[in-house]
Write a protein that binds this ligand. Structure first.
Ligand code: NAD
Ligand code: UDP
Length: 345
């Protein structure tokens, strides 16, 4: 069992108005909410590898101990089971707020809780950032563009989002969180960073989380039908996790990073049918491709305009879809083999 946290305590009172911020490359105490999830656990690894201390805060709704189990003996890593919808006090120097289920079946399972996580979570963590005078990062999403009429999507596009539908708890929750970030920055001078993340995939996605990349790979490896929703002509742009985490760190540390939303994603755009064909090709699977009804409000197209990330952060993704898929397939193959072995024992 992971050591439970001792690093959390009441926040230190601010002794004066003078803020002494640590140089960005010095070791920092970093709070990562959602740190036991797919992206959060990769972020924890990266921060620890750079010599920082990490406090991972997670309620384990969609996160897993297995994602962070390898860190159990790392003295710089601590875990706190906590719901970000509740206030949090912690002695930390910066915050990455990733807490929120990201897969449509996960966030639609309890939409009220999803909304609370996004809105109250952002509010509580912004209060903490304000109290301590520290920088805070928000994991926002391409879902703020809804079913976009502008393609590709630049940050200046306001989006086309339904406020009254099955995806709204996530989309509107994240939009509200962005608004809170804007207001805490404007009203209280909080130092903010916001990443609008486009579909990202890689090792440590849950095999049953319902997102398209994990679904297709697991179906292909198990030889079951590959389920395309709709006719498969809708598009998405898929970013490999390592590229995205590099973008997070640049956004948090770069001197030119704006206190405003920045798109992070891979501009390579694929139809869902093309994705299915690539997965079948790379796995050599005999799975049949079958068609299922398209979920309500499923966006038709998605592709990030990453000019801002490139000019302000010097960031662009490096991992091609075929390469990232191969790494992800190896991960799931190993995971499924181990699970099958366990069942047989
Ligand atoms: P994930 O579901 O694997 O991780 C989310 C983590 O947040 C989990 O560990 C979960 O247990 C935790 N969590 C959920 N509600 C919480 C709460 N109330 N309090 C504390 N912890 C809570 O998803 P992910 O793909 O790693 O996504 C991480 C973040 O990035 C999310 O905020 C998501 O909205 C955002 N994002 C991800 C993608 C993507 O393609 N992966 C795209 C856009 C945005
Ligand atoms: N999708 C699909 N089959 C699946 C899962 C998803 O065809 O088994 C489609 C889904 O309808 C959407 C796209 O793949 O058009 C991406 O879905 P995902 O849930 O991964 O992300 P999001 O819709 O949030 O972009």
């Amino acid at each position: 069992i992971l050591r439970s946290v001792s690093a959390t305590s009441v926040a230190e009172p601010r002794s004066s108005d003078v803020r002494i911020s640590r140089p960005v490359l010095a070791p920092r105490r970093v709070l990562v909410t959602g740190g036991a999830g797919f992206l959060g656990s990769h972020l924890c690894d990266k921060l620890l590898s750079q010599g920082h201390e990490v406090l991972c805060v997670d309620n384990f709704l969609t996160g897993r101990f297995s994602n962070i189990d390898h860190l159990r003996n790392n003295r710089s890593f601590k875990v706190l089971r906590h719901d970000v919808a509740q206030p949090l006090a912690a002695e930390v120097d910066e915050i990455y707020n990733l807490a929120c289920p990201a897969s449509p079946p996960d966030y639609q399972a309890d939409p009220i809780q999803t909304m609370k996580t996004s809105v109250l979570g952002a509010l509580n963590l912004l209060e903490l950032a304000k109290e301590r005078g520290i920088r805070i990062f928000q994991a926002s999403t391409s879902e703020v563009y809804g079913d976009p009429h502008v393609h590709p999507q630049p940050e200046s596009y306001w989006g086309n989002v339904n406020s009254f539908g099955p995806r709204s708890c996530y989309d509107e929750g994240k939009r509200c969180a962005e608004t809170l970030f804007f207001d805490f920055h404007k009203q209280h001078g909080v130092d903010i960073r916001i990443a609008r993340i486009f579909n990202t995939y890689g090792p440590r996605m849950r095999p049953d989380d319902g997102r398209v990349v994990s679904n297709f790979i697991v179906q292909a490896l198990q030889g079951t039908d590959i389920t395309i929703y709709g006719d498969g002509s809708q598009t998405r742009s898929f970013c490999y996790a390592d590229d995205l985490i590099d973008g997070f760190l640049r956004l948090m540390t770069s001197p030119n990073a704006p206190a405003a939303p920045v798109n992070l994603g891979n501009p390579g755009e694929f139809t869902i049918r093309e994705l299915a064909e690539q997965v079948v090709g790379l796995t050599g699977s005999r799975s049949k491709i079958v068609y299922r009804p398209l979920p309500v409000d499923d966006p038709r197209q998605r592709r990030p305009d990453i000019s801002l990330a490139t000019s302000a952060l010097g960031w662009s993704p490096k991992v091609a879809l075929s390469v990232g898929l191969q790494k992800t397939i190896l991960y799931f193959d190993d995971l499924l083999t181990r699970e099958t072995r366990k069942l047989a024992e």
